[in-house]
Design a protein around this ligand. Structure first.
Ligand code: OXD
Ligand code: MN
Length: 590
Protein backbone atom coordinates (compact mmCIF):
# COMPACT_ATOMS: atom_id res chain seq x y z
CA UNK A 1 0.00 0.00 0.00
CA UNK A 2 1.33 3.41 -0.92
CA UNK A 3 1.57 5.81 2.02
CA UNK A 4 0.33 9.41 1.77
CA UNK A 5 3.99 10.46 1.75
CA UNK A 6 4.91 8.18 -1.16
CA UNK A 7 1.83 9.35 -3.03
CA UNK A 8 2.74 12.99 -2.52
CA UNK A 9 6.34 12.45 -3.66
CA UNK A 10 5.07 10.61 -6.69
CA UNK A 11 2.74 13.47 -7.64
CA UNK A 12 5.53 16.01 -7.36
CA UNK A 13 7.79 13.83 -9.51
CA UNK A 14 5.10 13.64 -12.18
CA UNK A 15 5.06 17.41 -12.31
CA UNK A 16 8.79 18.12 -12.08
CA UNK A 17 10.00 15.01 -14.01
CA UNK A 18 13.42 14.30 -12.44
CA UNK A 19 15.59 11.62 -14.05
CA UNK A 20 15.91 9.93 -10.67
CA UNK A 21 14.46 10.06 -7.15
CA UNK A 22 16.78 9.62 -4.19
CA UNK A 23 15.55 9.22 -0.57
CA UNK A 24 18.05 10.77 1.85
CA UNK A 25 19.08 9.00 5.04
CA UNK A 26 20.90 12.01 6.52
CA UNK A 27 24.15 10.05 7.04
CA UNK A 28 27.65 11.42 6.86
CA UNK A 29 28.41 8.96 4.05
CA UNK A 30 25.57 10.45 2.06
CA UNK A 31 26.82 14.01 2.72
CA UNK A 32 30.22 12.97 1.33
CA UNK A 33 28.59 11.51 -1.77
CA UNK A 34 26.59 14.72 -2.29
CA UNK A 35 29.69 16.87 -1.91
CA UNK A 36 31.37 14.72 -4.57
CA UNK A 37 28.40 15.18 -6.86
CA UNK A 38 28.50 18.92 -6.18
CA UNK A 39 32.22 19.09 -6.89
CA UNK A 40 32.27 16.91 -9.98
CA UNK A 41 28.87 16.84 -11.66
CA UNK A 42 26.43 19.58 -10.68
CA UNK A 43 27.05 23.16 -11.71
CA UNK A 44 25.56 26.57 -10.88
CA UNK A 45 26.28 29.40 -13.28
CA UNK A 46 28.82 27.14 -15.03
CA UNK A 47 30.78 26.50 -11.82
CA UNK A 48 30.86 23.43 -9.57
CA UNK A 49 28.40 23.64 -6.67
CA UNK A 50 31.16 22.89 -4.12
CA UNK A 51 34.91 23.27 -3.77
CA UNK A 52 36.93 21.70 -0.97
CA UNK A 53 38.78 24.22 1.21
CA UNK A 54 42.01 23.95 3.18
CA UNK A 55 41.24 21.09 5.57
CA UNK A 56 44.38 21.64 7.60
CA UNK A 57 43.12 24.98 8.92
CA UNK A 58 39.37 24.42 8.40
CA UNK A 59 38.94 20.68 8.90
CA UNK A 60 35.43 20.20 7.48
CA UNK A 61 35.11 23.20 5.18
CA UNK A 62 33.61 23.40 1.68
CA UNK A 63 32.92 26.44 -0.42
CA UNK A 64 29.84 27.36 -2.40
CA UNK A 65 29.31 30.33 -4.68
CA UNK A 66 25.71 31.13 -5.57
CA UNK A 67 24.35 32.86 -8.62
CA UNK A 68 25.14 36.61 -8.29
CA UNK A 69 21.42 37.45 -8.41
CA UNK A 70 20.70 34.99 -5.61
CA UNK A 71 22.49 36.11 -2.47
CA UNK A 72 19.78 37.09 0.03
CA UNK A 73 16.14 36.58 0.89
CA UNK A 74 13.85 38.11 -1.69
CA UNK A 75 10.96 39.48 0.34
CA UNK A 76 9.25 40.91 -2.73
CA UNK A 77 9.01 37.41 -4.26
CA UNK A 78 7.79 35.77 -1.07
CA UNK A 79 4.04 35.20 -0.75
CA UNK A 80 1.74 33.88 1.93
CA UNK A 81 -1.31 32.34 0.29
CA UNK A 82 -4.16 32.25 2.78
CA UNK A 83 -7.65 31.96 1.36
CA UNK A 84 -8.29 35.61 2.05
CA UNK A 85 -6.00 38.61 1.89
CA UNK A 86 -6.90 39.96 5.32
CA UNK A 87 -5.64 36.85 7.03
CA UNK A 88 -2.26 37.45 5.39
CA UNK A 89 -2.38 41.08 6.51
CA UNK A 90 -0.55 44.17 5.30
CA UNK A 91 2.74 42.61 6.45
CA UNK A 92 2.69 39.90 3.74
CA UNK A 93 2.56 39.70 -0.01
CA UNK A 94 -0.58 37.75 -0.74
CA UNK A 95 -1.78 35.67 -3.65
CA UNK A 96 -4.91 33.60 -3.92
CA UNK A 97 -3.87 29.96 -3.29
CA UNK A 98 -5.40 28.66 -6.53
CA UNK A 99 -3.76 31.38 -8.59
CA UNK A 100 -0.42 30.82 -6.80
CA UNK A 101 -0.57 27.10 -7.42
CA UNK A 102 -1.41 27.56 -11.10
CA UNK A 103 1.56 29.89 -11.46
CA UNK A 104 3.90 27.54 -9.62
CA UNK A 105 2.66 24.52 -11.55
CA UNK A 106 3.47 26.25 -14.78
CA UNK A 107 6.96 27.22 -13.58
CA UNK A 108 7.61 23.76 -12.14
CA UNK A 109 6.47 21.72 -15.13
CA UNK A 110 9.53 19.56 -15.95
CA UNK A 111 11.85 21.79 -13.85
CA UNK A 112 13.84 18.81 -12.56
CA UNK A 113 14.37 17.26 -16.03
CA UNK A 114 17.80 15.62 -16.19
CA UNK A 115 18.30 16.19 -12.46
CA UNK A 116 17.88 14.11 -9.30
CA UNK A 117 14.99 14.75 -6.98
CA UNK A 118 16.25 14.42 -3.41
CA UNK A 119 13.62 13.49 -0.82
CA UNK A 120 14.66 14.80 2.60
CA UNK A 121 12.80 13.58 5.69
CA UNK A 122 13.63 15.76 8.68
CA UNK A 123 12.27 17.00 11.96
CA UNK A 124 12.34 20.52 13.26
CA UNK A 125 13.05 20.02 16.94
CA UNK A 126 14.31 16.88 18.62
CA UNK A 127 12.27 13.91 17.29
CA UNK A 128 11.28 12.98 20.88
CA UNK A 129 10.01 16.46 21.66
CA UNK A 130 6.24 16.88 21.88
CA UNK A 131 6.82 20.22 20.17
CA UNK A 132 8.81 18.93 17.16
CA UNK A 133 7.33 18.61 13.69
CA UNK A 134 8.03 16.03 11.00
CA UNK A 135 8.66 17.37 7.53
CA UNK A 136 9.60 16.43 3.99
CA UNK A 137 11.42 18.65 1.55
CA UNK A 138 12.12 17.83 -2.06
CA UNK A 139 14.93 19.56 -3.89
CA UNK A 140 17.07 19.12 -6.98
CA UNK A 141 20.38 20.53 -5.78
CA UNK A 142 23.09 18.99 -3.59
CA UNK A 143 23.82 22.30 -1.81
CA UNK A 144 20.35 22.34 -0.31
CA UNK A 145 20.56 18.73 0.87
CA UNK A 146 23.98 19.18 2.48
CA UNK A 147 22.80 22.43 4.12
CA UNK A 148 19.54 20.89 5.36
CA UNK A 149 21.49 18.00 6.88
CA UNK A 150 23.38 20.57 8.96
CA UNK A 151 20.39 22.73 9.82
CA UNK A 152 17.82 20.04 10.72
CA UNK A 153 17.61 16.52 12.13
CA UNK A 154 17.43 14.55 8.93
CA UNK A 155 16.84 10.83 8.53
CA UNK A 156 14.85 7.84 9.63
CA UNK A 157 13.43 9.31 12.83
CA UNK A 158 11.47 11.77 10.71
CA UNK A 159 10.14 8.98 8.48
CA UNK A 160 9.15 7.03 11.60
CA UNK A 161 7.33 10.04 12.94
CA UNK A 162 5.43 10.49 9.67
CA UNK A 163 4.61 6.79 9.18
CA UNK A 164 1.34 6.46 7.32
CA UNK A 165 0.09 9.85 8.39
CA UNK A 166 -0.93 12.64 6.04
CA UNK A 167 0.09 15.07 8.66
CA UNK A 168 3.56 16.22 7.65
CA UNK A 169 4.97 19.55 6.56
CA UNK A 170 5.65 19.62 2.84
CA UNK A 171 8.28 21.55 0.92
CA UNK A 172 8.88 21.47 -2.81
CA UNK A 173 12.00 23.24 -3.96
CA UNK A 174 13.73 23.50 -7.29
CA UNK A 175 16.63 25.72 -8.15
CA UNK A 176 14.90 26.24 -11.51
CA UNK A 177 16.83 28.38 -13.97
CA UNK A 178 17.74 31.06 -11.38
CA UNK A 179 16.03 33.71 -13.42
CA UNK A 180 14.80 36.29 -10.87
CA UNK A 181 11.66 36.70 -12.98
CA UNK A 182 10.87 33.06 -12.44
CA UNK A 183 11.65 33.02 -8.70
CA UNK A 184 8.91 32.65 -6.09
CA UNK A 185 8.66 31.47 -2.52
CA UNK A 186 5.03 30.58 -1.90
CA UNK A 187 3.54 29.52 1.42
CA UNK A 188 0.25 27.67 1.83
CA UNK A 189 -0.38 27.73 5.58
CA UNK A 190 -3.70 25.85 5.41
CA UNK A 191 -1.80 22.86 4.02
CA UNK A 192 1.54 23.40 5.80
CA UNK A 193 3.12 23.49 2.36
CA UNK A 194 5.94 25.62 0.95
CA UNK A 195 6.71 25.79 -2.75
CA UNK A 196 9.89 27.53 -3.80
CA UNK A 197 11.50 27.88 -7.20
CA UNK A 198 14.39 29.76 -8.74
CA UNK A 199 16.64 30.38 -5.73
CA UNK A 200 19.27 28.38 -3.87
CA UNK A 201 19.73 31.00 -1.12
CA UNK A 202 19.33 29.72 2.48
CA UNK A 203 16.24 31.63 3.55
CA UNK A 204 14.52 30.91 0.22
CA UNK A 205 15.61 27.31 -0.29
CA UNK A 206 16.24 25.61 3.06
CA UNK A 207 12.52 25.36 3.60
CA UNK A 208 12.72 24.10 7.19
CA UNK A 209 14.15 27.42 8.27
CA UNK A 210 12.29 30.69 7.66
CA UNK A 211 9.56 29.25 5.46
CA UNK A 212 8.43 26.49 7.77
CA UNK A 213 9.83 27.23 11.23
CA UNK A 214 8.65 30.83 11.14
CA UNK A 215 6.03 31.59 8.46
CA UNK A 216 4.07 28.33 8.48
CA UNK A 217 4.85 27.53 12.13
CA UNK A 218 3.64 30.97 13.26
CA UNK A 219 0.26 30.08 11.70
CA UNK A 220 0.26 26.65 13.37
CA UNK A 221 1.15 28.33 16.67
CA UNK A 222 -1.69 30.81 16.24
CA UNK A 223 -4.14 27.94 15.86
CA UNK A 224 -2.60 25.66 18.47
CA UNK A 225 -1.70 28.18 21.19
CA UNK A 226 2.07 28.60 20.90
CA UNK A 227 4.58 31.00 19.34
CA UNK A 228 7.16 30.57 16.56
CA UNK A 229 9.70 33.35 16.99
CA UNK A 230 12.83 34.84 15.39
CA UNK A 231 14.83 34.49 18.59
CA UNK A 232 18.11 33.41 20.06
CA UNK A 233 17.91 31.06 23.08
CA UNK A 234 20.70 31.22 25.64
CA UNK A 235 21.42 30.17 29.19
CA UNK A 236 23.28 32.75 31.27
CA UNK A 237 25.34 31.20 34.05
CA UNK A 238 26.27 33.36 37.04
CA UNK A 239 29.36 32.88 39.20
CA UNK A 240 27.39 30.61 41.56
CA UNK A 241 26.52 28.27 38.68
CA UNK A 242 22.83 29.25 38.42
CA UNK A 243 21.61 29.33 34.83
CA UNK A 244 18.85 31.71 33.71
CA UNK A 245 17.35 31.08 30.27
CA UNK A 246 16.60 34.00 28.02
CA UNK A 247 15.39 34.47 24.45
CA UNK A 248 16.24 37.47 22.28
CA UNK A 249 14.59 38.72 19.10
CA UNK A 250 16.81 40.80 16.82
CA UNK A 251 16.32 41.40 13.10
CA UNK A 252 18.53 39.57 10.59
CA UNK A 253 22.23 40.50 10.68
CA UNK A 254 21.94 42.49 13.95
CA UNK A 255 24.15 40.22 16.03
CA UNK A 256 21.93 37.29 17.06
CA UNK A 257 24.68 34.76 16.39
CA UNK A 258 27.19 36.87 18.33
CA UNK A 259 24.79 37.03 21.27
CA UNK A 260 24.09 33.31 21.10
CA UNK A 261 27.79 32.51 21.39
CA UNK A 262 28.90 35.43 23.51
CA UNK A 263 32.22 35.11 25.30
CA UNK A 264 31.69 36.93 28.56
CA UNK A 265 33.79 39.96 29.42
CA UNK A 266 32.69 39.58 33.07
CA UNK A 267 34.59 37.01 35.11
CA UNK A 268 32.44 34.17 36.39
CA UNK A 269 29.64 34.66 33.84
CA UNK A 270 29.12 32.32 30.92
CA UNK A 271 26.66 32.11 28.05
CA UNK A 272 25.42 28.67 26.92
CA UNK A 273 24.07 28.37 23.38
CA UNK A 274 20.72 26.77 22.58
CA UNK A 275 19.85 28.56 19.36
CA UNK A 276 20.87 31.57 17.27
CA UNK A 277 17.82 32.23 15.11
CA UNK A 278 14.51 30.54 15.90
CA UNK A 279 12.64 29.67 19.07
CA UNK A 280 9.36 27.81 19.45
CA UNK A 281 7.69 28.89 22.66
CA UNK A 282 5.06 26.88 24.51
CA UNK A 283 3.16 27.52 27.71
CA UNK A 284 4.19 24.78 30.15
CA UNK A 285 1.94 23.09 32.70
CA UNK A 286 3.81 25.09 35.32
CA UNK A 287 2.61 28.38 33.78
CA UNK A 288 6.07 29.25 32.51
CA UNK A 289 7.13 29.79 28.91
CA UNK A 290 9.30 26.96 27.54
CA UNK A 291 11.55 27.28 24.50
CA UNK A 292 12.99 24.81 22.02
CA UNK A 293 15.22 25.57 19.08
CA UNK A 294 13.74 23.71 16.11
CA UNK A 295 17.04 23.94 14.22
CA UNK A 296 20.25 21.95 14.56
CA UNK A 297 22.65 24.28 12.79
CA UNK A 298 23.83 27.86 12.53
CA UNK A 299 23.45 29.84 9.30
CA UNK A 300 25.29 32.99 10.20
CA UNK A 301 26.65 36.09 8.52
CA UNK A 302 30.43 35.71 7.98
CA UNK A 303 31.67 39.32 7.58
CA UNK A 304 32.67 40.77 10.93
CA UNK A 305 33.15 37.36 12.56
CA UNK A 306 36.58 37.05 14.15
CA UNK A 307 38.45 35.97 17.25
CA UNK A 308 37.79 39.39 18.73
CA UNK A 309 34.08 39.68 17.91
CA UNK A 310 32.98 36.07 18.25
CA UNK A 311 35.77 33.69 19.28
CA UNK A 312 33.34 30.86 20.02
CA UNK A 313 31.99 31.06 16.48
CA UNK A 314 35.52 30.89 15.07
CA UNK A 315 36.16 27.80 17.23
CA UNK A 316 32.90 26.31 15.99
CA UNK A 317 33.84 26.93 12.35
CA UNK A 318 37.25 25.33 12.80
CA UNK A 319 36.05 22.37 14.90
CA UNK A 320 36.96 18.95 13.60
CA UNK A 321 33.53 17.50 14.40
CA UNK A 322 30.28 17.42 12.44
CA UNK A 323 30.76 17.01 8.69
CA UNK A 324 30.75 19.37 6.80
CA UNK A 325 30.85 23.16 7.36
CA UNK A 326 29.88 25.32 4.38
CA UNK A 327 30.97 28.81 3.38
CA UNK A 328 28.78 30.59 0.86
CA UNK A 329 29.79 33.71 -1.08
CA UNK A 330 32.76 34.61 1.10
CA UNK A 331 35.98 35.56 -0.66
CA UNK A 332 38.68 32.93 -1.27
CA UNK A 333 42.34 33.28 -0.39
CA UNK A 334 43.91 31.59 -3.39
CA UNK A 335 47.36 31.26 -1.78
CA UNK A 336 46.04 29.13 1.06
CA UNK A 337 42.65 27.96 -0.25
CA UNK A 338 40.89 29.39 2.79
CA UNK A 339 37.67 31.36 3.09
CA UNK A 340 38.10 35.07 3.81
CA UNK A 341 35.81 37.93 4.69
CA UNK A 342 36.05 41.54 5.78
CA UNK A 343 36.73 41.67 9.51
CA UNK A 344 38.46 38.27 9.72
CA UNK A 345 41.58 38.21 11.93
CA UNK A 346 44.93 39.01 10.29
CA UNK A 347 45.57 41.34 7.41
CA UNK A 348 44.03 41.31 3.98
CA UNK A 349 45.61 38.43 2.00
CA UNK A 350 47.53 39.30 -1.14
CA UNK A 351 45.55 37.13 -3.53
CA UNK A 352 41.83 36.93 -3.21
CA UNK A 353 38.98 35.90 -5.42
CA UNK A 354 35.89 37.90 -4.59
CA UNK A 355 32.51 36.30 -3.94
CA UNK A 356 31.80 36.22 -7.68
CA UNK A 357 35.08 34.45 -8.46
CA UNK A 358 36.93 37.43 -9.96
CA UNK A 359 40.40 38.55 -8.86
CA UNK A 360 39.80 41.11 -6.15
CA UNK A 361 41.35 44.51 -6.56
CA UNK A 362 42.14 45.96 -3.14
CA UNK A 363 42.28 49.48 -4.47
CA UNK A 364 38.60 49.37 -5.42
CA UNK A 365 36.00 50.00 -2.78
CA UNK A 366 34.03 46.80 -3.46
CA UNK A 367 33.82 44.13 -0.78
CA UNK A 368 35.63 40.86 -1.42
CA UNK A 369 33.07 38.82 0.51
CA UNK A 370 29.39 39.49 -0.10
CA UNK A 371 28.01 41.41 2.94
CA UNK A 372 25.48 38.62 3.37
CA UNK A 373 27.99 35.79 2.86
CA UNK A 374 27.29 32.97 5.25
CA UNK A 375 28.58 29.94 7.07
CA UNK A 376 26.46 26.85 7.69
CA UNK A 377 27.68 24.76 10.58
CA UNK A 378 26.27 22.27 13.07
CA UNK A 379 25.40 23.79 16.44
CA UNK A 380 26.96 20.68 17.99
CA UNK A 381 30.39 22.01 16.94
CA UNK A 382 29.97 24.87 19.37
CA UNK A 383 32.15 24.82 22.50
CA UNK A 384 29.35 26.72 24.27
CA UNK A 385 26.55 24.26 23.42
CA UNK A 386 24.12 24.01 26.34
CA UNK A 387 23.69 20.56 27.85
CA UNK A 388 19.95 21.21 27.55
CA UNK A 389 20.10 21.54 23.76
CA UNK A 390 18.58 18.09 23.16
CA UNK A 391 16.15 18.25 26.06
CA UNK A 392 12.79 17.47 24.41
CA UNK A 393 10.98 19.75 26.88
CA UNK A 394 13.19 22.73 26.09
CA UNK A 395 14.17 25.30 28.71
CA UNK A 396 12.06 27.64 30.88
CA UNK A 397 12.39 31.27 29.86
CA UNK A 398 12.81 34.02 32.48
CA UNK A 399 13.35 36.99 30.17
CA UNK A 400 12.59 37.99 26.59
CA UNK A 401 14.88 40.56 25.03
CA UNK A 402 13.90 42.60 21.98
CA UNK A 403 16.30 44.62 19.94
CA UNK A 404 17.07 46.37 16.75
CA UNK A 405 19.76 48.47 15.21
CA UNK A 406 19.07 52.08 16.22
CA UNK A 407 21.87 54.61 16.05
CA UNK A 408 19.77 57.13 18.01
CA UNK A 409 16.96 57.31 20.55
CA UNK A 410 16.58 53.77 21.92
CA UNK A 411 18.37 53.17 25.25
CA UNK A 412 20.97 50.47 25.83
CA UNK A 413 18.47 48.51 27.89
CA UNK A 414 14.95 49.16 29.14
CA UNK A 415 12.49 46.91 30.96
CA UNK A 416 8.78 46.85 30.29
CA UNK A 417 6.78 47.06 33.53
CA UNK A 418 4.42 44.23 32.51
CA UNK A 419 3.56 41.78 29.73
CA UNK A 420 1.18 44.07 27.81
CA UNK A 421 3.62 46.96 27.71
CA UNK A 422 6.36 44.46 26.81
CA UNK A 423 4.33 43.26 23.85
CA UNK A 424 3.83 46.87 22.81
CA UNK A 425 7.59 47.47 23.13
CA UNK A 426 8.07 44.58 20.73
CA UNK A 427 5.38 45.90 18.39
CA UNK A 428 6.98 49.33 18.14
CA UNK A 429 10.56 48.09 17.72
CA UNK A 430 12.27 49.50 14.65
CA UNK A 431 15.59 48.64 13.06
CA UNK A 432 17.85 49.94 10.34
CA UNK A 433 17.80 47.43 7.47
CA UNK A 434 20.78 45.15 6.74
CA UNK A 435 22.06 43.06 3.81
CA UNK A 436 20.22 39.86 4.83
CA UNK A 437 17.39 40.74 2.47
CA UNK A 438 17.59 42.25 -0.98
CA UNK A 439 16.63 45.87 -0.25
CA UNK A 440 18.20 49.20 0.53
CA UNK A 441 20.48 48.92 3.55
CA UNK A 442 20.29 51.35 6.51
CA UNK A 443 16.67 52.48 6.26
CA UNK A 444 14.56 52.46 9.45
CA UNK A 445 11.66 50.06 9.33
CA UNK A 446 9.35 48.86 12.10
CA UNK A 447 10.07 45.21 12.70
CA UNK A 448 7.85 43.89 15.52
CA UNK A 449 9.52 41.02 17.37
CA UNK A 450 12.00 40.97 14.42
CA UNK A 451 9.20 39.05 12.67
CA UNK A 452 8.07 41.47 9.96
CA UNK A 453 9.43 39.29 7.11
CA UNK A 454 8.48 36.05 8.85
CA UNK A 455 5.06 36.31 10.44
CA UNK A 456 2.81 34.12 8.26
CA UNK A 457 -0.45 35.90 9.10
CA UNK A 458 -1.87 39.31 9.85
CA UNK A 459 0.41 40.92 12.41
CA UNK A 460 -2.52 42.53 14.20
CA UNK A 461 -3.77 39.01 15.00
CA UNK A 462 -0.22 38.06 15.93
CA UNK A 463 -0.07 40.92 18.47
CA UNK A 464 -3.39 39.72 19.89
CA UNK A 465 -2.00 36.19 20.06
CA UNK A 466 0.99 37.43 22.08
CA UNK A 467 -1.35 39.22 24.48
CA UNK A 468 -3.43 36.06 24.84
CA UNK A 469 -0.37 33.89 25.55
CA UNK A 470 0.54 36.35 28.32
CA UNK A 471 -2.81 35.69 29.98
CA UNK A 472 -2.04 31.98 30.13
CA UNK A 473 1.33 32.50 31.82
CA UNK A 474 1.21 32.47 35.60
CA UNK A 475 4.99 33.12 35.65
CA UNK A 476 5.56 35.27 32.56
CA UNK A 477 9.09 36.18 31.53
CA UNK A 478 10.04 39.81 32.00
CA UNK A 479 10.39 41.72 28.70
CA UNK A 480 13.33 44.01 27.91
CA UNK A 481 14.47 46.05 24.93
CA UNK A 482 18.16 46.43 24.08
CA UNK A 483 20.09 48.52 21.60
CA UNK A 484 23.84 47.97 21.18
CA UNK A 485 24.08 50.45 18.33
CA UNK A 486 23.56 53.97 19.71
CA UNK A 487 26.08 56.45 18.27
CA UNK A 488 27.73 59.60 19.56
CA UNK A 489 27.92 62.93 17.70
CA UNK A 490 30.97 61.73 15.80
CA UNK A 491 29.05 58.74 14.44
CA UNK A 492 30.92 56.24 16.65
CA UNK A 493 29.20 53.44 18.53
CA UNK A 494 29.12 54.31 22.24
CA UNK A 495 28.71 50.80 23.56
CA UNK A 496 31.49 48.27 22.79
CA UNK A 497 29.03 45.41 22.19
CA UNK A 498 30.02 41.76 21.66
CA UNK A 499 31.45 40.18 24.87
CA UNK A 500 30.66 43.33 26.84
CA UNK A 501 26.95 42.79 26.23
CA UNK A 502 27.14 40.39 29.18
CA UNK A 503 27.06 43.52 31.35
CA UNK A 504 23.57 44.21 30.06
CA UNK A 505 22.56 40.55 30.35
CA UNK A 506 23.75 40.58 33.96
CA UNK A 507 21.41 43.50 34.71
CA UNK A 508 18.59 41.61 32.99
CA UNK A 509 19.07 38.53 35.18
CA UNK A 510 19.57 40.69 38.27
CA UNK A 511 16.16 42.20 37.55
CA UNK A 512 14.66 38.75 36.99
CA UNK A 513 16.06 37.63 40.34
CA UNK A 514 14.93 40.85 42.08
CA UNK A 515 18.47 41.80 42.98
CA UNK A 516 18.37 45.44 41.82
CA UNK A 517 15.88 48.29 41.50
CA UNK A 518 15.26 50.27 38.35
CA UNK A 519 14.46 53.84 37.41
CA UNK A 520 11.04 54.66 35.97
CA UNK A 521 10.91 56.67 32.75
CA UNK A 522 8.11 57.39 30.24
CA UNK A 523 9.34 54.50 28.09
CA UNK A 524 9.96 51.90 30.80
CA UNK A 525 12.45 50.97 33.51
CA UNK A 526 16.13 51.69 33.03
CA UNK A 527 19.15 50.77 35.20
CA UNK A 528 20.63 52.93 37.91
CA UNK A 529 24.15 53.30 36.56
CA UNK A 530 25.55 51.92 39.85
CA UNK A 531 23.85 48.60 39.11
CA UNK A 532 25.57 48.11 35.77
CA UNK A 533 28.89 46.24 36.06
CA UNK A 534 31.11 48.56 34.07
CA UNK A 535 34.54 47.80 35.55
CA UNK A 536 37.28 47.74 32.95
CA UNK A 537 35.26 49.79 30.45
CA UNK A 538 36.46 53.25 29.73
CA UNK A 539 33.26 55.03 28.77
CA UNK A 540 33.12 58.67 30.01
CA UNK A 541 30.12 59.38 32.21
CA UNK A 542 28.55 61.80 29.72
CA UNK A 543 28.58 59.14 27.04
CA UNK A 544 27.11 56.56 29.36
CA UNK A 545 24.34 58.98 30.22
CA UNK A 546 23.76 59.40 26.49
CA UNK A 547 23.03 55.68 26.23
CA UNK A 548 19.99 56.22 28.44
CA UNK A 549 19.02 59.76 27.44
CA UNK A 550 15.36 60.24 26.57
CA UNK A 551 15.18 62.72 23.77
CA UNK A 552 11.57 63.92 23.95
CA UNK A 553 11.55 65.54 20.51
CA UNK A 554 13.03 62.41 19.00
CA UNK A 555 10.35 60.38 20.77
CA UNK A 556 7.59 62.62 19.43
CA UNK A 557 8.77 61.89 15.90
CA UNK A 558 9.06 58.20 16.81
CA UNK A 559 5.49 58.16 18.09
CA UNK A 560 4.12 59.57 14.87
CA UNK A 561 6.10 56.96 12.92
CA UNK A 562 4.74 54.19 15.17
CA UNK A 563 1.22 55.54 14.68
CA UNK A 564 1.67 55.42 10.93
CA UNK A 565 2.85 51.82 11.17
CA UNK A 566 -0.02 50.78 13.42
CA UNK A 567 -2.65 52.51 11.31
CA UNK A 568 -2.19 49.96 8.50
CA UNK A 569 -3.81 47.32 10.75
CA UNK A 570 -7.01 49.35 11.12
CA UNK A 571 -9.68 48.00 13.43
CA UNK A 572 -7.89 44.65 13.71
CA UNK A 573 -5.32 46.20 16.05
CA UNK A 574 -5.92 44.77 19.56
CA UNK A 575 -7.20 47.05 22.33
CA UNK A 576 -4.17 46.28 24.51
CA UNK A 577 -1.84 47.71 21.89
CA UNK A 578 -4.02 50.80 21.40
CA UNK A 579 -4.01 51.35 25.17
CA UNK A 580 -0.23 51.11 25.37
CA UNK A 581 0.20 53.44 22.43
CA UNK A 582 -2.04 55.99 24.11
CA UNK A 583 -0.13 55.66 27.37
CA UNK A 584 3.23 56.23 25.68
CA UNK A 585 1.96 59.22 23.68
CA UNK A 586 0.58 60.82 26.84
CA UNK A 587 3.76 60.21 28.86
CA UNK A 588 5.97 61.70 26.15
CA UNK A 589 3.76 64.66 25.35
CA UNK A 590 3.28 65.83 28.95
C1 OXD B 1 18.59 34.55 8.53
C2 OXD B 1 17.83 35.80 8.34
O1 OXD B 1 19.09 33.99 7.56
O2 OXD B 1 17.23 36.25 9.32
O3 OXD B 1 18.66 34.10 9.68
O4 OXD B 1 17.81 36.35 7.23
MN1 MN C 1 17.24 35.08 11.05
Amino acid sequence: MTTPLEKWVDEQAKLTRPKKIYWCDGSEKEAKMLLDIGMNEEKINGQPVFEALNHKNWPKAYYHRSHPSDVARTEQLTFVCHKDKDTAGPNNNWMDPDEAKAKMRQLSEGCMKGRTMYVMPYTMGHPDSPYSKACIQLTDISYVVVSMRIMTRMGKSALDKIGKSENFVKGLHSIGDLDPNRRFIMHFPEESFVWSIGSGYGGNALLGKKCFSLRIASCQGHKEGWLAEHMVIIGIEDPKGNVTYVTAALPSACGKTNLAMLESALPGYKVWTLGDDIAWLNVGEDGRLWAINPEAGLFGVAPGTSMSTNPNMMRTLKADKFFPTLFTNTALNTDTNEPWWEGLDGGVPGNLLDWQGANWDKSKSTKAAHPNSRFTVSITNSPTLSKEFNNPKGVPISAIILGGKRTQLIPLVCEAPDWQSGVFTAVRTGSETTAAAAHQVGVLRRDPMAMLPFCGYNMADYFAHWLKIGKKLTHPPKIFSVNWFRMDDEGKYIWPGFGDNIRVLKWVIDRVNNKVDAKETPIGLIPHLKDLSLEGLNIPHAKLARLFEIDKDGWKAEISDIEKFLSQFGSRLPEGIKEEFKKLSEEICI
